[in-house]
Ligand binder design. Structure first.
Ligand code: C2E
Ligand code: CA
Ligand code: CA
Length: 749
């Protein structure tokens, strides 16, 4: 019969398989006590968990057992073993040396009179004391069950304490996240930790934070998920395929309450003072979740997540304000620099491309601010599609974009240029307007260890400025020379505007003669800039600076007024004589130029048919409508258009046919060299041949010697201009030049 009792009650264990037994340690130097206890508790279980008996016949064995087994729920300890206090010594060891506060202890004694003092019972947290003789089976089991209940209680208190500790720790981690995605990912992981086992769950949140009650219709979207729900990240809740899941979350939102999805799971609302911000869903039924986590703790968890969610959403919003450009949806400049900083340690060569849109200001004037913003947005979108490999794409300001690319072998400038050109071949449509955009690109050199992100951006920006300056190409790579030129322009531009030291403007005129009879055909108005002290500044450079700084339109307006007035008052100049004025690319791309010319002409009572406008080849590059419209308008009003510095551009002669122009001015460099350089002469000849074929008038610039004059006359060039006849002259000197020419008998148109 004893055998029966000794046999472990296997069926019981099987029945409750998966549940851990209560470990009960019997410490007694009398083997019989072990057997009796075994028999007494055989087949017993508490709350569905069986008992597992551990045996120790001495204090030493007891210590070994306790060290080996973690969760001993109860120790039944004999008071008198090796000596009168061996049992108490063991309990003291358990509490003090082992540091175990949880295992319950019942003292047993064979001999009455060994009852411990009350203060010992307190100190060692002892649950019971009994004489072995008194412990009938029922009493023993009652004592054991009471002690187990106590053990369960202290353990649950302990686990709650631990969970609270985790909760605290985790929340301090959560507060550090500044994106909702990151936050939610932490939350889903955290729920498993609280439950003490993997829980499949998801967090969903509103697309926009509830602010001033405006949320009503923003939808919930899954922000993070674990386990079975992982594939649902990013999906709007309304589109979730699983009906039960979708309905539970929707109802949770509507009712702002915990909603069970049958036995499948539970949806818990995240509610803040401002209303509901999201929900957590897990695949455990409410009862089980509560059992695993604890009711109070679960509530605490959910409300803390809600608070954290709201805080993170706010942070994200603030972050977005700082790092997401509202116009283009791209990064802001700050965001760009930050990404850049993060890349610095990686030792990959980086390249910055700065880009802008040709004539964006004109486009903006034409279509209005709203549509211009839409153009920027679409440009940003197209850039993102074109450069999925970019580390960052940002809008810097106005129509300026920045692209951060991994440089080095793989990224060649030409490839980037081609990608942009191809991407913008298709026009951008805004409402019913189709706009073809031409982007200009400035490249920083790819540097493997740029000292400062701003430095590379500055290089790209200088390169872009160079492109704007030159007007005839759509991209440039930074070169230190550009920086010097840029500095110089800046210095000059400051001279143009600089307060008391303001530069003074005046005009000189250089005659252009008819090649046939050397009579005056025209005067070219040329700006002169001087300091208040009277020092003359280099015209070409000052014009460049005025272009770069945008002052050129202002100066141009002054020039038209001054030149037209002076010209119309020149005495001894017949109707056939013209006034040539230079137009720079930037001037041509503003709308004000029409008005500036008209106003100046009517103030001077000068017909536009007396004017010749000199423009450069670069102007025609983009084949852009603004330029063509202006030139067409000028010609319709009788003015003539000639291409200045002809031959220095890149374009083929054949394109001349298509342009609304009346003549060309062959660049000085050809004229200068043609008497020594056969190639230069050949080029001049072919330019003349083409121009003649197209019925264009030909002017030779920079004619300095009679030999040059002779060649040009023989080639039937129409007009000659250069120091051979006269340098550009102030109005007084010009009057005497006119008089002298008259005296020499030259004809006046
Ligand atoms: P440009 O239109 O090609 O003007 C001709 C330049 O060549 C003038 O320089 C003139 O002084 C110089 N030149 C004329 N004949 C000879 C010659 O026989 N030999 C030599 N070595 N040089 C000669 P300047 O006046 O310094 O003007 C430089 C540039 O500044 C002009 O080149 C023009 O592009 C620009 N510019 C001048 N005035 C204006 C203006 O009112 N508006 C605009 N947009 N540009 C202007
Ligand atoms: Ca004993
Ligand atoms: Ca000129």
């Amino acid at each position: 019969m004893a055998m029966d009792f000794l046999a472990p009650s296997k069926p019981e264990v099987k029945k409750t398989s998966g549940t851990t037994p209560w470990k009960i340690l019997i410490v007694d130097d009398d083997p019989d006590v072990h057997d009796v206890t075994k028999i007494a508790v055989n087949g017993c279980s508490f709350e569905g968990r069986p008992f597992e008996l551990l045996h120790a016949l001495s204090v030493k064995e007891a210590r070994e057992q306790l060290e080996e087994h973690k969760h001993v729920a109860l120790a039944l300890v004999d008071v008198v073993m090796e000596n009168d206090t061996a049992g108490l010594g063991l309990v003291s060891w358990i509490r003090n040396d082992l540091g175990n506060r949880f295992t319950r202890v019942i003292l047993r004694t064979g001999q009455p009179g060994y009852a411990p003092q009350a203060d010992v019972i307190m100190k060692f947290d002892i649950d019971g004391y009994a004489e072995k003789a008194e412990l009938s089976r029922t009493k023993l089991i009652t004592a054991i069950v009471t002690a187990l209940r106590g053990y369960k209680l202290v353990m649950s208190l302990e686990s709650n304490r631990r969970k609270l500790e985790t909760l605290n720790e985790q929340f301090s981690k959560l507060v550090d996240t500044n994106s909702l995605g990151e936050f939610s990912a932490e939350v889903v992981g955290f729920l498993s930790e609280l439950a003490g086992r993997p829980v499949h769950c998801l967090v969903c949140g509103l697309e926009a934070l509830p602010e001033a009650g405006a949320v009503g219709d923003t939808s919930l979207r899954v922000l993070a998920a674990t386990g079975d729900f992982e594939d649902k990240v990013g999906v709007p809740v309304d589109l979730l395929k699983d009906d039960g899941l979708r309905n539970a979350i929707s109802r949770c939102r509507e009712e702002q309450a915990y909603i069970c999805n049958g036995e499948e799971g539970l949806a818990m609302p995240l509610i803040t003072r401002n209303g509901m911000v999201g929900a957590i869903y897990c695949d455990l039924p409410e009862a089980q979740l509560v059992e695993l986590v604890g009711y109070e703790l679960l509530k605490l968890f959910v409300s803390n997540v809600a608070l954290g969610y709201q805080k993170t959403a706010l942070l994200e919003h603030i972050h977005d304000l700082a790092y997401v450009d509202r116009v283009s949806g791209l990064s802001t400049y700050s965001g760009f620099l930050e990404t850049f900083e993060r890349q610095l340690g990686q030792d990959v060569p980086l390249m910055v491309v700065q880009s802008d849109i040709r004539r964006f200001r004109v486009i903006g004037d034409g279509i209005g601010d709203d549509k211009a913003a839409a153009v920027l947005k679409k440009t940003g979108h197209r850039l993102s599609q074109t450069f999925p490999d970019a580390l960052s794409i940002a809008r810097k300001e106005k129509d300026e974009f920045l692209i951060l690319l991994k440089g080095g072998e793989g990224t060649c400038v030409q490839e980037v240029v081609t990608r942009v050109e191809e991407a913008f071949q298709e026009p951008i449509s805004v409402d019913d307007t189709q706009i073809t955009l031409r982007l200009r690109l400035g490249f920083s050199p790819a540097e493997s260890s740029p000292a400062e992100p701003e430095q590379l951006v500055r290089y790209a920006s200088i390169a872009l400025n160079d492109v704007r300056q030159k007007g005839h190409t759509n991209h440039a790579v930074f070169h230190p020379m550009m920086q010097e030129a840029a500095l110089e322009r800046l210095r000059l531009a400051s001279l143009l505007t600089g307060g008391g030291n303001k530069t003074e403007f005046s005009l000189h005129y250089q005659p252009i003669m008819r090649a046939s009879d050397e009579s005056i055909s025209s005067f070219e108005a040329l700006m002169r800039f001087h300091t208040p002290a009277g020092n003359q500044l280099n015209t070409a450079r000052m014009i460049e600076a005025a272009e770069a700084s945008g002052l050129i339109s202002e100066i141009g307006a002054w020039m038209f007024k001054e030149a037209f007035a002076e010209f119309s008052h020149m005495s001894g100049v017949g109707e056939g004589v013209h006034l040539n004025v230079n137009l720079s690319p930037r001037q041509v791309q503003t709308n004000r130029i029409y008005k500036d010319i008209e106003t100046a002409a009517s103030a001077a009572n000068l017909s536009l048919s007396r004017l010749v406008f000199e423009v450069t080849e670069g102007l025609f590059l983009g084949n852009d409508q603004t330029t063509l419209s202006l030139l067409t308008w000028l010609r319709e009003n009788g003015a003539k258009i000639v291409i200045d510095d002809f031959g220095t551009g890149y374009s083929s002669l054949s394109y001349l046919r298509k342009l609304p122009v009346d003549g060309i001015k062959i660049d000085r460099s050809f004229i200068m060299n043609m008497d020594q350089d056969a190639d230069a002469l050949a080029v001049v000849k072919s330019m003349i041949a083409v121009a003649k074929a197209l019925d264009l008038k030909i002017t030779a610039e920079g004619v300095e010697t009679p030999a040059q004059r002779k060649i040009m006359q023989e080639l039937h060039c129409d007009y000659l201009q250069g120091y051979l006849y006269s340098k550009p002259l102030g109005s007084k000197d010009l009057q005497s030049f006119i008089q002298r020419s008259k005296g020499s008998g030259a004809a006046f148109g």
